[in-house]
Design a protein around this ligand. Structure first.
Ligand code: AP5
Length: 263
């Protein structure tokens, strides 16, 4: 499975990507996480990426495309991946199409998490609180000032991707304002539409029982008669089971007797 999660900062891409990884055994490719790891190396390229990210701007397309090209060729990505934070511009999306095409691979879908911008600051504050509680290093871009820049970059450079993928017939949207589990369930339904149509085993059994009762009523039998009536499946041939040897012998003897009586 090869998927893209689209959505503004704090929309829940990382949260849902981790669940998809757990469920489908695919890898999580987050360009934000990879870039933060590169930034932490302190190399010239890492330091350049860090200052761009700390301003809430996008790292140049060629840098992230090279990262992704290298990452999808690793053995752990063979079973599939969920892209979180990539592509972020139309040229990145076109580069991804080329990368996949050259490898004979296809995208299975693009899921957009739709959220109101008004709640994003709260989400980021929640994440800061969660990371603090876990004793993790905080992100330099998780503050109200930088969030404004990240949102501006999203609107100008990333939001047009919804039209791009809608044009390719790959875009599906879910309500990212819903609770986390409900968002996960909505994504599951997109990935496995058959699961929605199939009722659970219990529901199917109950429906079968109801329709059998209905047949009894339609045939004009009252409750008492239905209780006395033999079970729907009678023993012997009709049930699909072969009659026992003893039953067959008894039956033959009966037939012989009636022939003798007739003659
Ligand atoms: P990146 O790391 O990708 O950050 P982002 O896109 O801004 O997204 P976030 O990680 O902030 O949020 P999220 O959507 O994953 O939400 P989360 O699940 O954590 O990018 C960082 C920077 O790297 C960019 O600004 C750019 O500079 C650079 N970069 C990265 N990729 C690039 C690219 N392709 N090209 C160029 N530059 C690139 O959730 C947030 C919080 O909300 C959590 O606390 C979570 O528990 C909570 N939450 C989640 N879902 C729900 C829900 N349904 N209800 C209630 N709470 C929820």
């Amino acid at each position: 499975m090869r998927l893209i999660l689209l959505g503004p900062p704090g929309s829940g891409k990382g949260t849902q990507a981790r669940r998809l990884v757990h469920k489908h055994g695919i890898v999580h490719l987050s360009t934000g996480e990879i870039l933060r790891a590169v930034a932490a190396t302190g190399t010239p390229i890492g330091l350049r990426a860090k200052s761009t990210m700390d301003r809430g701007e996008l790292v140049p397309d060629e840098v992230v495309v090279a990262i992704i090209a290298n990452r999808i060729d690793r053995p752990d990505a063979k079973r599939g991946f969920v892209l979180d934070g990539f592509p972020r511009t139309v040229p990145q999306a076109q580069a991804l199409d080329r990368l996949l095409g050259e490898r004979g691979l296809k995208l299975d879908g693009v899921v957009e998490l739709k959220v109101d911008e008004g709640i994003l600051l709260k989400r980021i504050e929640t994440r800061v609180a969660e990371m603090t509680a876990r004793g993790e290093k905080l992100r330099a871009d998780d503050n109200p000032e930088v969030l404004k820049g990240r949102l501006a970059a999203y609107r100008a450079q990333t939001a047009p991707l919804t039209d791009y993928y809608a044009g390719l017939g790959l875009l599906r949207s879910v309500d990212g304002m819903a609770p986390i589990d409900a968002v996960t369930a909505a994504i599951d339904r997109i990935l496995n539409p058959a699961a929605k149509a199939k009722p659970g085993r219990r529901k199917a059994k109950a429906a079968k029982r109801r329709s059998a009762k209905g047949r009894g009523k339609r045939a004009g039998r009252g409750n008492a008669a239905r209780r006395r009536a033999p079970p729907a499946r009678s023993k012997g041939r009709k049930s699909g089971r072969k009659p026992s040897r003893r039953a067959r012998a008894k039956n033959k003897a009966g037939q012989r007797k009636s022939r003798t009586r007739r003659s």
